[in-house]
Design a protein around this ligand. Structure first.
Ligand SMILES: *Cc1c(COP(=O)(O)O)cnc(C)c1O
Length: 818
């Protein structure tokens, strides 16, 4: 077993503080994911955006006693960790990898390593499912395939497992060697190589060569010989292989034909001189390719045709992400119904735990898949996890979990199966809860999800919470360590959903939120947001609300101040002063100062928390001089304010564009807005951000029209020749701007762009899909990663802000995390 002292020796680090030699049971890199302090070693990794060293004191308080660090806590701090072991290394990440590699070496089982541009996760999930009848499989949870994810995946391996399947992903040269060292695959699958996003590599050939390093010690590599660059590189590298191909007769598995029949693809193949037919329960190219990789492995393992067919029939699409959906009675669902193992459960419970404010936390859980841990112990572990993650209510479904109900200490309700649960299901039993639905495939939990779901209309705005966090981290990386961060969640968080976004920001410890109106702030409070909130447009009739909900007004004029002071009648209050330095919207000017200070002196219980101004042209370089003057002016004026007040305030100027353009003027705080939502307003660093929202709808009908016929109101869309048009379920009442009419706008259907034809109507519009493959029910992307907001805004002469905030309230928001 790995102990802390042993860890020190294999990582060649220095045991700078050593209390006792505890065992290493769990590796932790993300302080929020702590489950069991005893035996946990925290690796403080300093990444591009975050520095793990910041979380040591918090983890110590939570009971963690083993730390791997790159820098030591400063002298006076280190005295506050008398009971902890500290191991100092040059790279905590490398130490984590060394620990995992050492762990891997303790086992002799076959290990399949999977890499490639696409399909890694799906092939891994499917293979695990396909081989489970014969093997006890351990696999990477979700897509844990990075420099941190791989060590954590490999750490799960235990003596009971008979097969391991781990995926490996890289974004830069030299990374794969490290992953090879940790996974040490005995067999490999190279799924494919994409020509897309080659950042980090000089060429596709280099990328292939790097990826192949995963298989440096593997005895056998499965791949599709039709990917020429992969094929050439494998041949040149002399790696023993099992190939499949649609073109070459030399492959081990020859695919001589595929035909789509209903919802299946019939595959005719030749293996060991025998021609066979098989049905794959998918029709899209990517799924068929993924299934053929699996087929190659199953044939190699010697399974019979009947067995293979039987197992393939049970495959389902893998949900690559955890979806959060609104449900009945004010409930929220986290839908994770693909599989159910301990590692996956821990990840899903973390997401549940990050939703602290929505009332009760409920878990609906099926039996866990084979884990290699004895049943009783397994459910003890599950119950412990459930306690640590503060789940209030457990519904256990399945014979095994029911048998082990006692582990949950009488807190849960248990059923032998999904049908039994649904039979007693009463919607009224669930109210204002966040419900994690986590079940292995065989339990068919999608039926439970359906029972909880509200009707979904055709149009949804999908909000990618991971992208939000990515963008947050990007801006954080631009801030000096002590600069505070206020995030603007006005206008329904730029259309993305105020409460959900605010909740995430609270979880990620931003310092302040800002909304436009008191009502918005009140609603955040009702949902349990406890961060300080600034209200930018406090009207006189909202002052009572400000007090009730502990909201802090922006005060921008003497008149408003007078009304506020009158209303508050000498009570304590926290306010923010807005200065006008050139925007000429709201704010005090220097000529107001004498009166302003006089009034404030009369009301010593009113504290000026912050003083700020807003830049009029931070997004455009053209206005740099003007911005510089605004900033200089603000520095001077805010100094006067502090001098007269006799105390320090929080001073802030920069919006999203300002953070990028004027890093030297962060002062005490910045105000992040549009950048969080994925639009880099200066345009210089758009690449560093991830798009957050995707507006989607569906095709309602497809029809052909003849030459000369017209489409829509006012007969504006004229068909110069015969056309196929599709009617889609979005109109200006959903926020789809009428200026997109008549060919100005485009949408994406099945990966292809299609222009709007005719005028946009209230609830729908028509697109020209002539020569595209489109049918009713197909998904339509209105904007999203493939159809950027910036581009669409330009087409109609507006800015992305307007497109985002226009998406109407009737469009359902769906939140998800990878
Ligand atoms: C909206 C707003 C911001 C954020 O602006 P972005 O351009 O979205 O970053 C900052 N400060 C004030 C006063 C605002 O009203």
């Amino acid at each position: 077993m790995l102990t802390f002292r042993k860890l020190a020796s294999i990582t060649e680090g220095a045991l700078v503080q050593f209390v006792q030699d505890w065992p290493v049971l769990d590796l932790l890199t993300d302080s929020r994911k702590l489950s069991q302090p005893a035996g946990t070693v925290f690796f403080a990794i300093s990444g591009k955006y975050n520095n793990g060293h910041k979380f040591i004191s918090q983890l110590y308080a939570q009971g963690v006693r083993q730390f791997v660090v790159e820098e030591l806590p400063v002298e006076e701090q280190s005295r506050s960790y008398p009971e902890a072991n500290f191991l100092q290394v040059t790279s905590s990440l490398a130490a984590l990898q060394t620990a995992a590699a050492w762990h891997r070496q303790q086992f002799k089982v076959p290990v399949i390593g999977i890499t490639g541009s696409n399909g890694k996760t799906i092939v891994k999930e499917w293979l695990a499912q396909l081989l489970t009848p014969d093997e006890l499989v351990v696999k990477s949870p979700r897509s844990y395939n990075s420099q941190v994810g791989v060590p954590l995946s490999v750490w799960q391996l235990n003596e009971k497992h008979t097969l391991a399947i781990f995926e490996a992903g890289i974004s830069q040269p030299a990374e794969m060697e490290k992953l090879q060292h940790i996974i040490q695959p005995t067999m490999g699958i190279f799924t494919n190589i994409g020509s897309a996003h080659n950042q980090g590599f000089d060429s596709v050939a280099q990328k292939v060569a790097e990826k192949l390093k995963l298989f440096a010690q593997a005895d056998l590599l499965f791949y599709c010989a039709d990917h020429e660059q992969v094929h050439e590189a494998v041949q040149a590298g002399n790696i023993a292989s099992f190939t499949w191909s649609r073109k070459s007769k030399k492959a081990d598995l020859i695919i001589s034909g595929t035909t789509i029949a209903g919802a299946k693809t019939i595959v005719v193949y030749t293996y060991q001189r025998q021609k066979q037919r098989l049905a794959i329960p998918f029709t899209d190219d990517a799924s068929v390719e993924n299934a053929l990789h699996c087929l190659a492995v199953l044939l190699y393992c010697g399974l019979s045709l009947a067995d293979i067919q039987n197992r393939l029939d049970k495959l389902h699409p893998v949900a690559m992400r955890l979806e959060m959906k609104e449900a009945i009675n004010g409930c929220y669902l986290i839908d994770d119904t693909y599989n159910n193992d301990l590692a996956g459960l821990a990840i899903a419970l973390d997401l549940l735990a990050s939703q602290p404010q929505r009332g009760k936390r409920t878990l609906i859980l099926s039996d866990l898949l084979e884990s290699g841990v004895p049943e009783e112990e397994l459910y003890q572990q599950v119950a412990a996890l459930v306690r640590v993650k503060k789940v209030d209510k457990v519904w256990g479904i399945g014979p095994t979990i029911q048998k082990n109900a006692e582990a949950f200490g009488g807190t849960g309700t248990f059923y032998s199966g999904t049908a039994a649960f649904l039979k007693q299901f009463k919607a009224d039993a669930f109210r204002n809860e966040v419900i994690l639905i986590k079940g292995a495939r065989v339990f068919g939990f999608e039926k439970i999800v359906q029972a909880f779901q509200q009707k979904v209309h055709g149009t949804v705005l999908e909000v990618n919470l991971d992208a939000l966090v990515h963008n947050l981290n990007f801006y954080r990386s631009r801030l000096a360590p002590d600069t505070r961060l206020m995030v603007m969640v006005k206008a329904f968080a730029y259309g993305s959903g105020s409460f959900e976004v605010a909740n995430l920001l609270q979880f990620h410890h931003v310092n302040y939120l800002a909304v436009a109106y008191a009502d918005e702030g009140g609603s955040l409070r009702e949902h349990g947001i406890t961060l300080p909130i600034m209200v930018m447009n406090p009207s006189v009739d909202s002052f009572a609300k400000l007090r009730q909900y502990n909201l802090e007004p922006e005060i921008y004029s003497l008149e408003l101040l007078e009304q506020f002071l009158f209303e508050s009648g000498g009570a304590n209050a926290r306010i923010h002063l807005k200065l006008d330095t050139g925007m000429h919207r709201l704010g005090f000017t220097e000529s107001d100062f004498e009166m302003l200070f006089y009034m404030l002196e009369q009301h010593p219980k009113v504290q000026v928390v912050s003083v700020f101004t807003h830049l009029a042209g931070a997004d455009e370089a053209l206005h740099n001089d003007f911005s510089a003057r605004q900033i200089a002016n603000f520095r001077q004026l805010s100094e006067q304010v502090e001098e007269r007040l006799g105390y320090k305030t929080i001073r802030h100027v920069l919006n999203s564009a300002g953070i990028v353009r004027f890093p030297e003027h962060q002062l005490d705080m910045v105000r992040l807005g549009i950048g969080l939502y994925g639009v880099e307003a200066t345009g210089a660093e758009q690449e560093a951000l991830q798009p957050v929202s995707t507006l989607k709808t569906t095709v309602s009908q497809v029809k052909g029209i003849g030459k000369g016929e017209t489409v829509g109101y006012s007969r504006k869309g004229v068909a110069a020749e015969a056309k196929t048009i599709a009617t889609i379920a979005i109109g200006y009442a959903d926020g789809y701007d009428r200026r997109f009419s008549n060919g100005v706008g485009e949408v994406i259907i099945n990966g292809k762009r299609a222009p709007i034809i005719g005028n946009v109507c209230m609830d729908m519009c028509m697109v020209d899909v002539t020569s595209l493959e489109v049918k009713a029910g197909d998904e339509v992307i209105v904007f999203g990663p493939q159809l950027p907001l910036v581009e669409l805004a330009q087409k109609i002469g507006t800015i992305p802000y307007e497109l985002l905030t226009n998406v109407s309230a009737r469009v359902k928001r769906v939140f998800f995390a990878e």
